[in-house]
Design a protein around this ligand. Structure first.
Ligand SMILES: Nc1nc2c(c(=O)[nH]1)N[C@H]1C(S)=C(S)[C@@H](COP(=O)(O)O)O[C@H]1N2
Ligand SMILES: [Mo]
Length: 497
């Protein structure tokens, strides 16, 4: 190999190594890539007087300066390794660099094994690239030059792709952390409405009456949640309104938040499923805002759009009939978690999420259902999605083995904005027996229920059915989740010893 080609190979190998380590650092969500960690060590190890001189010259650019010096040093050492390749001292330089980078990573406050792995991988990439470029057939000078160029080009392109993908991931990660800090520092009214006495029947093995933010189901089309700063957030309200209005986060805070227990659920929740959660939402009533802008005659829909372009059509009737439809800022006393719509989302009791619960909402158009199709409606789901009366058996678990004797059957039932009047349970297709219901603060939440059962040994099936406040029992007819929500009695089988 010519000297020029050797140096080029070395430079290329070093570039690919930096790209690989940056990519891995992003993949592992590291705070600092090995290059950054080495740069920080350089800064730390630079004697004070020299550091001061440098800072006095370059000012706040000292970090970029340190990092670019490190990159230049790595490239120079790469050239040297290329020249010496494949002699032992080439390997020795690579090995030394890996050890140095690993030490720098581990010396950092948040350094961990991911950074060491990225350093080792970088070393392996150097060796791999040099090996590849050296392995070329040497039939003719021309042929070998062409092959060298082609391989180099492929490696260079791969390095650019990996490096920039890593950069994109890492910068997203940093932005997410910055937004988490903004969220944590927000002052929102802390008022929490306590759970009413007797709402939580506290049956062992049953989920609580309150669903914690951490346990709350999450459904959306976003690969990673949109990062929306409340500082710059606005909701633009337009369409068939008397006067357009644009609201800021502070506008909403100034209006004062109402706090309400509301259970929301997903149309894709199968019978017995857990795409449902109950919490206290804090927000501004949507009705007041719509009254203020003035809905024009003929409008029947609110078309809401999220920061990431997801759309949702909600019947205006459900937003103006006096129910607690909220433009929500808080969830269980905290600013909305980012995946649940931070900074602002909608919550509408009685409607499935896909027609009502727009997260990261930024645009409202008052319009007519006849004039648009929202995201899921375009894909075959119902235009309007009222929640169907349903129940779920939580205890015992289906397929569980129980001891004979007294045991508790328990679960939840819901018919948001209508309310649950009763829940009945039957064993092995026998008589329906009335379950005891927990209390509820309003008709917009689920209700817990329980029934004592003397279990006799053998195999048993248990079914439940709820009846809503209008006296309508949930239907036994099995329906799939598509197009507008599953139905059928929840049914489990248990073995009693
Ligand atoms: N921006 C946006 N909002 C959205 C969705 C979405 O895909 N994008 N999905 C909806 C659906 S289908 C449901 S069930 C609820 C779920 O809300 P959660 O993730 O807070 O439980 O959000 C709704 N809001
Ligand atoms: Mo959903």
């Amino acid at each position: 190999m010519t000297t020029r080609r050797s140096i080029l190979s070395g430079l290329l190998a070093a570039t690919a190594a930096i790209a690989a380590s940056e990519g891995l650092a992003a993949l592992f969500n590291l705070r600092e890539s090995p290059v950054l960690a080495v740069g920080q060590s350089v800064i730390k190890l630079t004697p004070g007087p020299i550091a001061e001189r440098i800072i006095s010259v370059v000012g706040h650019a000292d970090k970029p300066l340190a990092v670019s010096s490190v990159v230049v040093a790595i490239l120079l050492l790469g050239a040297l390794v290329g020249l010496w390749w494949p002699r032992p001292r080439a390997y020795a330089v690579v090995g030394a660099l890996v050890v140095l980078a690993s030490a720098a990573v581990l010396a950092r406050p948040h350094g961990d094994s991911g950074g060491v792995l990225a350093s080792v991988a970088a070393g392996a990439v150097v060796i791999g690239v040099l090996h590849l470029l050296r392995q070329q057939p040497q039939h003719t000078v021309d042929e070998s030059r062409r092959t060298f160029l082609r391989t180099s080009a492929v490696i260079a392109v791969a390095a650019i792709i990996v490096g920039s993908a890593g950069e994109v991931l890492a910068s997203r990660h940093r932005r997410r952390q910055a937004l988490e800090r903004i969220r944590a520092a927000l002052k929102v009214p802390a008022s929490r409405v306590p759970a009413p006495e007797g709402a939580d029947l506290a049956v062992e093995g049953q989920g609580g009456w309150l669903t914690s933010n951490r346990d709350f189901y999450r459904i959306d089309t976003a690969l990673s949640p949109p990062l929306v700063n409340p500082e710059g957030w606005t909701l633009r309200i337009h369409g068939m309104v008397d006067k357009e209005l644009t609201l800021t986060y502070q506008d909403l805070l100034d209006r004062g938040l109402e706090h309400e227990w509301i259970t929301i659920c997903c149309v894709s929740n199968p019978v017995g499923g857990d795409l449902i959660g109950n919490t206290v939402w804090g927000g501004v009533p949507i009705k007041g805002i719509l009254d203020e802008v003035g809905i024009q005659a003929g409008a029947d829909a609110l078309l809401s759009t999220s920061d990431d372009g997801w759309t949702c059509g909600t019947p205006l009737e459900a937003l103006t009939d006096g129910r607690n439809a909220l433009l929500a800022l808080t969830m269980n006393g905290e600013p909305l978690p980012i995946p649940h719509g931070f900074p602002v989302r909608q919550v509408v009791p009685g409607l499935y999420g896909y027609v009502s619960a727009t997260k990261w909402v930024v645009d409202w158009e008052v319009t007519r259902f006849a004039d648009f199709k929202a995201y899921w409606t375009q894909r075959g789901w119902g235009e309007r999605g009222p929640v169907k009366t349903e129940s779920r058996i939580d205890v015992p678990k289906g397929g569980e083995s129980l001891d004979a004797g007294r045991t508790t059957i328990a679960g939840v039932a819901w018919a948001q904005h209508v309310g649950i009047d009763g829940v009945e349970v039957r064993v092995d297709g026998g008589e329906w027996q009335k379950a005891t219901l927990g209390t509820v603060p309003n008709v917009d939440t689920w209700v817990q229920w329980r029934l004592e059962w003397s279990a006799e040994s053998g195999d048993h099936t248990i079914e439940a059915r709820a009846t809503n406040v209008k006296g309508e029992p949930q239907t036994d007819e099995k329906a799939d989740v598509l197009p507008d929500g599953a139905t059928g009695y929840p049914k489990i089988s248990v073995k009693v010893k």
